[in-house]
Every structure is written in structure tokens, then in C-alpha cells.
Design a protein. Structure first.
Length: 448
């Protein structure tokens, strides 16, 4: 069990570092724009969000590759790739170089988001996954909230380049721990190693595992694995619905992250460093949501499992999605109208915290549902969902300045909140009512 939690800790740490990098430069955008003479808001936001665009591409390849070569080797090499290009961002001499280096570092940084769910699926039984996935799911949401706090003070007291150099140092430390503590978890890979060892010891080349097939070649395996996320996204209604909802939530989160500094510096007149402290409210929302979700999720699962003749179902992860889907729009309404009225600074922060709490609970429920439903192909299912959410995380910040210029914070956030109601409320009802039927018809999902 210690090895399982060590794997959870390392994977969650990998998953934390990359999202910190994604948002850390948000308070430093004015400094970057001034140095590189960026005059358009869209171009400035692109410097921030292009990192997240890479999240949409990397998992499509890295997730399936982990199901061929194993989780650890792909995770370690991808993290080194991220480390090299993130370090390079600190030496960029133009906006073009910075965007290119940010995109490449995002490709490597997407690996933990694509592979982490698969590692936890390998390590834990369904009734144990809630706590582990709550820790893992917290990282990609808590990271973007932590990053701007550090980035605000770094850009205020030194150069923005230290935003990249500091995260590179942190990444190197995590990488060292990963080398010694992280071990392979993927069952087909472990069995393949055992098969090869027994073949060498016995000389019996006829030994095989349950995952082997006579016509299985490396080329066919790679082709099938790379196609799988697209097939899941194109053919699985469960993945489609959850991916769309996750995408909207992720887009909202990055929209808020990109516009939060402007609210506090322009409307409330705070300094860059002081304004960045308001990101604590987002971190508090994520943290409280995790603390509520983790124990309750597993407790609900165990209780419903006992009622179902001790047979577990992925749908037992759905109940917490019902209140969470309402908390998201409530937080948006609260945040938007209190910001527009420019009331006491605590009020917009309360709204942001409510939004973040609802978001993390929804994220954790969705992640656990996907892992339980597509246990063997969990990495591909997560990769498929990551594609849409990353595209939303890339695109939403680009239209945010124009939306708030025309609608202000009140009606702008109300529009987003009404859409969240329309997407989020029906999703858990659909999963609870039809999830088992859809899984029975799927060649990828676990049976009902």
C-alpha cells in the first residue's frame, strides 16, 4: 500500500507542476507585453493559453503510448521534455520564441494529465479510488490557483523570467523523487516483463500472457492505441457528455484565471503582488471541495455497493455531481455581480471559492467515473476528455476581454452561469439513468 500512495504522491506532484506553469505568468503579462512590445490583448492572452493548447494534443499520443510501453517511462521522459523547454522559456528573446517554447513545454507537461488516471486505475480497487483520485484531481485545478500568487510577487520583485526558472527547479526536484519512488503499474507491461523473464529462464518461447495475440505486432499495437482516444471520443456517449462538461468547466476556470488579475489591479486598485493574493480564494475553494468530495464519494460508493448485492457500479460516483452542478453557476453569479458592483473584496472571492468548489467536486466525480468505466483503457478515456477541456482552456481566455468589455462582469458571468446550468444539470441525470445501458453496449467500458 505504501508503494501505491508513493505513486499517487509522485504522479500528483507531476500533475501539479505543469498547471502551475500554465497560469504562473498571468500577473506577469503586462511586464511580458511591455518587454516584447505586445499591444493586442488577444496576443497577450495567447502567450498564457497556448500552453493549454498543447494539453489538447499531447494526451492523444502520450496516453496510448503509456498503454504500450508502460506508464513510468512515458511519464519520466515527458517530464524531462517539459523541463527542458520550460527552462528555455526563461531565456526567450521574443514573443514568438516564448509562445513556441510554451507550446513545446506544454506537450511534455500534458503527460501527467493523460497518464495519471491510468496509474491510479492500476493501483487501486474501485472502492479505494475516491481518495486517491481526489488528490490527483486537485493538482490540475489547485496548480493554476497557486501559480499566479507566486507569479505576482516574482514579477513585482524580480524579472518575469524567474516564473519559468523557479518552476524548472521544482520540476527537477520532483523528477529526482520520481526516479527512485515511481515504479511501473500497468498490468500488461508487468506481465510482459514476467513472461520474458520466464521465457529466458525456461527456454519456452510459447509462454504468453492474456494480453498477447498471435497477429499482434508493434506497428499494429501503436496504431490501435493512437486511434483509441479518437474512437472513444467519437463513439462513446459517456465520454462525449463528460468531456463536454469538463471542457466547459476547464474553460471557465482559465477564463477566470486570466481575468482575475485585471479585476483586482484595474477595478480595485491593488498592486500586482497584493492582487495575486486573491487567488487564495480559488485555492481555498478547490481544497474545501476536495476535502468534502474525497471521503463522501467513497462512503456513498460503499453504501450503494452494499445495497446492490455488494456489486459496484461507476454510477455510484454520480450523486455528488448533482449539488456540484448547481454550485458552479451560483458561484459565477455571486462573483460576477459583486465584482461589477465593486463591493467589499471578500464578496467576489466568496463567489470564486464557491465556483471552484463546485468545479473540483465535478472534476473528481467525472474523473473517477471515467476510470471506473474504462478501467483498462483509463488513460485513453482521460486523454479523450483532456482534448476537449484543453481546447476550451485555450480558447476561453481569448474571448474573455471582449466579453467583459461589452457585458461587464455581471451579465458576462451570468451568461456563463446559465450555460453551466444547461450543460451541468442534465449530465448527472443522464449518467444515473442510462450509464449502465451505455456501458453494456460498449466494447471499451466495463460491464454494468
Amino acid at each position: 500500500m505504501k508503494r501505491k500512495w508513493a505513486a499517487t504522491f509522485i504522479v500528483s506532484s507531476f500533475t501539479l507542476v505543469s498547471p502551475i506553469s500554465s497560469s504562473m505568468i498571468a500577473p506577469a503579462l503586462p511586464s511580458i507585453s511591455e518587454e516584447f512590445r505586445i499591444t493586442q490583448d488577444v496576443e497577450a492572452q495567447l502567450t498564457l493559453s497556448i500552453f493549454v493548447l498543447a494539453y489538447a494534443i499531447g494526451p492523444l499520443f502520450l496516453g496510448p503510448l503509456s498503454e504500450i510501453y508502460g506508464r513510468v517511462i512515458v511519464l519520466q521522459l515527458s517530464n524531462l521534455f517539459y523541463l527542458a523547454w520550460n527552462l528555455g522559456c526563461g531565456f526567450a528573446q521574443s514573443s514568438g520564441q516564448l509562445m513556441a517554447f510554451r507550446f513545446l513545454s506544454g506537450l511534455g507537461g500534458s503527460a501527467p494529465l493523460a497518464i495519471g488516471g491510468g496509474v491510479l486505475s492500476d493501483c487501486f480497487y474501485p472502492e479505494q479510488r475516491g481518495k486517491a483520485i481526489s488528490i490527483y484531481s486537485l493538482a490540475p485545478l489547485l496548480g493554476p490557483a497557486i501559480g499566479p500568487i507566486a507569479g505576482g510577487f516574482i514579477s513585482q520583485n524580480t524579472t518575469w523570467r524567474w516564473c519559468f526558472w523557479s518552476t524548472s527547479i521544482f520540476t527537477a526536484v520532483v523528477q529526482c523523487f520520481g526516479i527512485f519512488l515511481l515504479q511501473e503499474t500497468y498490468a500488461p507491461k508487468l506481465l510482459a516483463w514476467k513472461r520474458d523473464k520466464l521465457r529466458e529462464e525456461t527456454g519456452n518461447i510459447g509462454l504468453h500472457t492474456e494480453y498477447d495475440s498471435p497477429d499482434k505486432t508493434l506497428g499494429k499495437t501503436i496504431k490501435l492505441a493512437l486511434q483509441r482516444p479518437f474512437r472513444l471520443l467519437g463513439t462513446q456517449p459517456i465520454v462525449q457528455v463528460l468531456a463536454c462538461y469538463m471542457a466547459y468547466l476547464y474553460g471557465l476556470m482559465y477564463l477566470m484565471l486570466s481575468t482575475f488579475p485585471l479585476l483586482w489591479t484595474a477595478r480595485y486598485g491593488e498592486s500586482t503582488g497584493t492582487g495575486s493574493l486573491n487567488f487564495i480564494s480559488m485555492g481555498v475553494g478547490f481544497f474545501l471541495g476536495t476535502q468534502i468530495c474525497a471521503p463522501i464519494n467513497d462512503a456513498i460508493y460503499r453504501k450503494l455497493k452494499r445495497r446492490n448485492n455488494n456489486i459496484g457500479r461507476p454510477e455510484f460516483r454520480v450523486p455528488l455531481m448533482f449539488p456540484a452542478s448547481l454550485l458552479v453557476p451560483v458561484g459565477l453569479f455571486w462573483y460576477g455581480w459583486s465584482a461589477q458592483a465593486r463591493v467589499h473584496w471578500i464578496m467576489p472571492n466568496i463567489g470564486a471559492a464557491l465556483f471552484c468548489a463546485g468545479t473540483i467536486v465535478s472534476f473528481q466525480s467525472i474523473q473517477t467515473y471515467l476510470v471506473d468505466s474504462y478501467s483498462r483503457f483509463a488513460a485513453s478515456a482521460i486523454a479523450a476528455a483532456t482534448v476537449l477541456r484543453s481546447l476550451a482552456g485555450f480558447g476561453f481566455p481569448l474571448f474573455a476581454p471582449t466579453m467583459y468589455d461589452r457585458l461587464d462582469f455581471g451579465w458576462g458571468n451570468s451568461l456563463l452561469g446559465f450555460v453551466a446550468l444547461g450543460i451541468g444539470v442534465p449530465a448527472p441525470f443522464m449518467l444515473w439513468r442510462f450509464g449502465g445501458v451505455l456501458r453494456r453496449k460498449s466494447q471499451f467500458a466495463a460491464g454494468a
